[in-house]
Design a binder for this molecule. Structure first.
Ligand code: ZN
Ligand code: ZN
Length: 742
């Protein structure tokens, strides 16, 4: 019997080839009707035999295009209208914008094949893309996702491209960034040394420069990469000097998984991630015989690698056929640079040439970074290109539109538009004027995308975070949330946990309710409130929060109260007379000595003691160094002592470290932390789920050891899986809180 049905499809269904997919399956089952994009998603009306409509519906639900994500389908019966064909209609223009934007996706296999095919009209054309791959978030100005609303609007399609664009059977049907060598953006090589600019063989010229040991830049999806030869130690050294980046690891672009295997041991989980559509940087173990310059990732046994995800990266990797350093082009801590002129202004002393193209990047994004535990659990260090913006359907709803502003380091924002919670990509640390500008730009872009006007703001309780200060300037009601509670809430929200849990928040810093620095917290909490049940005994942060990078001072502070103990006096003597005087004054008179409970800082103190490290230059550095020393065969640990104030005492661990050799001390330290978690889980975790949050749980070794111990404990435990456990998910935790208390 002939019937008619309507389908309202919501989720990430625009710009991902959804309409052609509906067209294709409608034709397959001989259905008539139409489909179109509207602000809420996709709308389709079909007529045909009931049996065939059933099959259509099954395929619609179960086999959507690779980049699509269906959140909801509403199906209704409709009167027969006796359509004569199936059509894709023009997008509906509506005042309400409410559809999810796809992240940028890596080059698909079909495009790659065409790019390598001498007889294809896009042979060697590096900006090749189709409905299944290519830029999205980076080029979009507003929704709906149509060419006119992207930075491709200024390029007129040639006849051939237009024919593909208009043919529903073509893979490039309504691929908004469609282009070809004839009609697409121009790729330009700019040589800053002699002022030459050319669009002839731009990538070949860039490859020449890199081959000769020069440092160059290449425009990518969400910003520029700085690129140079990873095998040339002199160049790597020069890059470190020029970027004033003494030790933070550089990511390596490998031209293939085979090349990667020559330098790294890659597990099946890691391989899968490297080859995925998201194409993140994956932290893998260096092979013992790795011949790459040790300056690439000093003092760690890991290497961050990725595979080409744009045509430009594919071409440059193939032309050079060697591992390449490919690191975000920026000034340390600032957002990635997206514009050629800005690149010249800011990095002219670092790069000697670059390749640009004239498709504007509207929304910047960095490479995403992930690592895996031995059991394949992902630990995201940065959520950005390929993954963000990331949307969630919350259990709780509110009639208010809400903007949460995140933290200060590794900032990100989240919005609630009345239906979805959307988390922005990682933005950066808000320490510089240009970082704060970039942060404001993301807020403005999100407001425009989603036609979003916040009615309520959520921020951290720290009054001096740039994000909190921004909130206060807006003249809107503000709710503030404690930093570490937000860490736990983010992970609870991610896993849909809505009950009382034991939350373990270990972090770098963050302001506590008592105005001291927290970061070693055990909470019993639900989505509405928390109480702190254990913490680490505070030490004095000598020199205040500003001196957290001087990690030797932390070790001094922890050990000073035990100066009569064996080994301690000798350690304290290693400080210069002047410095020691200064620190003693600060300690004894409580001058500029805020109290600090942070486990992140204990990692620092450990690195200071066992490696003699004075300063850290990037976040997580001490942890990575300790992991490199960790020895699985060492089972010992330091003693767990909890005082009557329910504070964990650790001075004895550090006194022990003065005696132990580095490998033993590092292993015992991590073993002790894991054992401590189990100890407290046994005290507090009975019948409660255990939720982990905070930057410390990005330490792979600590997570692996903790999981190993907890698996024997009959307790359900949760780590961040699809979000990061660092400060970039604070915005999500803040949002979860207000949605629960409104
Ligand atoms: Zn493609
Ligand atoms: Zn064309």
């Amino acid at each position: 019997m002939k019937t008619a049905k309507t389908y309202e499809i919501e989720g990430r269904v625009q710009g991902v080839g959804f309409r052609p997919f509906v067209f294709k399956i409608a034709c397959k089952y001989l259905l008539k009707g139409f489909v179109y994009n509207r602000s809420m998603g996709v709308y389709a009306e079909v007529e045909g035999e009931e049996e065939e409509i059933k099959k259509f519906e099954h395929e619609l639900q179960n086999d959507p295009p690779p980049l699509a994500r269906i959140d909801k389908i509403i199906v209704n019966s409709a009167p027969l209208k006796n359509f004569t064909d199936f059509k894709i209609l023009k997008s509906e223009i509506s005042p309400f914008k409410n559809t999810l934007i796809s992240p940028d996706m890596s080059l698909c296999d079909e495009c790659l094949e065409e790019m390598r095919d001498k007889n294809n009209r896009r042979f060697n054309y590096p900006l090749i893309n189709c409905t299944n791959c290519g830029p999205r978030y980076s080029i979009i100005k507003t929704v709906p996702y149509d060419r006119i609303n992207t930075s491709m609007s200024v390029f007129e399609m040639c006849e051939e491209c237009r024919a593909e664009y208009e043919d529903p059977r073509n893979r490039r049907y309504h691929a908004q960034p469609i282009s070809c060598p004839k009609c697409g953006p121009k790729i330009t090589f700019v040589d800053l040394e002699n002022g030459v600019k050319t669009d002839i063989e731009a990538l070949e010229k860039l490859a020449e420069a890199i081959k000769s040991g020069k440092i160059a830049a290449l425009k990518g999806m969400g910003g520029f990469h700085i690129i140079c030869d990873a095998q040339n130690s002199a160049t790597v050294k020069l890059l470190r000097e020029k970027k004033r980046r003494p030790s933070k690891p550089f990511a390596i672009l490998m031209s293939s998984i085979e090349m990667a295997k020559k330098y790294c041991d890659i597990t099946s989980f890691e391989k899968k991630a490297l080859l995925s559509r998201e194409s993140p940087i994956v932290l893998v173990r260096k092979r013992e015989d790795c011949t790459l310059s040790s300056d690439i990732a000093p003092h760690t046994d890991k290497l961050g690698i990725f595979l080409s995800y744009t045509g430009l990266l594919v071409r440059i990797a193939e032309l050079l056929d060697r591992p390449l350093i490919a690191t975000s082009a920026n000034i340390s801590g600032e957002p990635i640079i997206t514009d050629g002129k800005e690149l010249e202004n800011k990095l002219k002393d670092i790069i000697s040439s670059y390749v640009d193209f004239d498709r504007e990047i509207i929304n910047f994004s960095d490479d995403s970074v992930v690592q895996f535990t031995d059991k394949g659990m992902p630990i995201f260090l940065r959520l950005s290109r390929g993954i963000a913006p990331n949307s969630f359907l919350p259990r709780q709803n509110s009639s208010k539109k809400i903007l949460s502003l995140g933290a200060h380091q590794k900032s990100s924002i989240a919005i609630y538009d009345g239906k979805n919670v959307i988390l922005s990509p990682y933005i950066g640390d808000l320490d510089s004027v240009s970082s704060v500008e970039a942060y404001e730009k993301v807020i403005e872009n999100f407001k425009r995308f989603y036609d979003f006007r916040p009615e309520l703001l959520v921020c951290d309780i720290h009054p001096n975070y740039a994000s909190s200060m921004w909130a206060r300037r807006q003249n809107l009601p503000i709710v503030s949330v404690q930093h570490h509670y937000a860490h736990i809430l983010a992970v609870m929200f991610e896993h849909g946990i809505d009950e009382e849990v034991l939350g373990i928040a270990w972090d770098g810093t963050g302001l506590g309710d008592d105005r001291s620095v927290w970061g070693g917290e055990f909470f019993v909490c639900d989505m509405k409130s928390y109480r702190r049940v254990f913490t680490f005994a505070p030490f004095k942060l000598l020199g205040g929060e500003k001196s957290v990078k001087n990690i030797k001072r932390i070790a001094f502070s922890i050990l000073y109260g035990h100066k009569n103990q064996e080994g301690v006096a000798k350690y304290l003597d290693s400080f210069s007379k002047d410095e020691r005087y200064l620190l003693e004054q600060s300690y004894e008179k409580d001058i500029n000595a805020s109290l600090c409970h942070s486990v992140g800082r204990l990692f620092d103190a450990t690195a200071a003691i066992i490696l003699g490290l004075e300063n850290t230059t990037y976040d997580g550095e001490s942890g990575l160094m300790l992991e490199a020393l960790y020895d699985k065969n060492i089972k010992e640990r330091y003693e767990i002592v909890i005082n009557e104030k329910r504070e964990i005492e650790y001075a004895n661990w550090f006194i022990g470290m003065l005696q132990d050799e580095p490998r033993v001390a590092a292993s015992k330290f991590i073993n002790t932390l894991s054992a401590l978690i189990v100890h407290i889980v046994r005290k507090q975790g009975k019948k409660r789920k255990v939720v982990f949050g905070g930057g410390v749980f990005q330490n792979r070794t600590l997570v692996e050891k903790t999981v190993e111990l907890l698996e024997g404990e009959r307790v359900e435990f949760f780590f961040a899986r699809t979000i990061s456990s660092n400060d970039s998910s604070i915005a999500l935790g803040q949002m979860a809180y207000v949605l629960n208390i409104l």
